[in-house]
Ligand binder design. Sequence first.
Ligand code: ZN
Length: 268
Amino acid sequence: MKRLILAICILTLCAAVFVQAEQVEWTYPIDATILEDRLNLLVLTNNDNLLGSDFVPPRLVDLRLRATNRGMQLRQEAAEALEIMFNKASENGYTLYVKSAYRNYQTQNTMYQNRLDKYRKDDGVVAYPGSSEHQTGLAVDILNYAWTQQDGMRPEFSQTDEAKWMKDNCAKFGFILRYPEDKTDITGIIFEPWHFRYVGKEVAAYIMDRDITFEEFHEEYKGAIAAYEAAGGDFAAYCEHLRQLPEPIELNQGDNGDSEVSLFYQVP
Ligand SMILES: [Zn+2]
C-alpha cells in the first residue's frame, strides 16, 4: 500500500512538473528542435570559440562539383545542399567553382605557420588554427571562372554576377554569407563574398532576411533559450516532447525518404 501511495505521489509530481513546463510558451521564431542542434550544424567557430586539434566532423563526403583542386570534401548535409545550389546556379547561367572546402586542423596550422614565416606577423589573412570554419566541414569558398585564374581572393569578387547571385540565393539552399561587408567588427574577419557556411534552410533564411551575423544569431537564440528557462521552462524536456509528437504525414509521394536518415546518426 505504501508503495502504491509513493508511486501515485511520484506520478502526480511528474505530471505537475510536466504541466508547469508545458505552460511556458516557446515564442522564438525558429523551432526549438533546430536550435537544440543535435547534429552540430550550428557550431560557432571564431577566435573566441576554437575547435580542438582533434575535432573532425562526422560524415565527410567527396564533392562531385567543379573545383580548382581534387579531393574537396564537406559534411554530407552541406555537400548535398551545395550540389543543388550549383545546379540551380547553372540553370540560371552562372558557373561556380569550389575553391576550398573542408580543411583539417593540421592543414590550417601549416598554412598559418607558413604565413607567419613569410610576413613575420599574424596579418589576419590566414585564420588561427582551430578558428577556421573550414574545419567544421560546413564552410566552402566559391568563385567564378575568372577568379579561379587569379592569385588570391579579394572583396571585389562581390561585384561579379556569380557573387551577387550567391548572396541573393544562398539561403534557399541552407547557406549564409558568413562574413558580410559591414559586420567585420563583429565577425573579426574581412568581407569574404566567396565564403559560405551551411546552417540549414530555416536558420539561413532567418539570418539572411534579417541581415545579422552568425555571432549575433547565436547570442540571440541562446538568449531566447535562457529566457525560456528563466520563465520556468525546461528546454531539453520541451525538445524531447516535440520529438515524440507523431511524424507529420508526408504528402510528397515522390520523396524516397532519404532526407530522414540524418535524424538517426550519432554525433561523436
Ligand atoms: Zn573560406
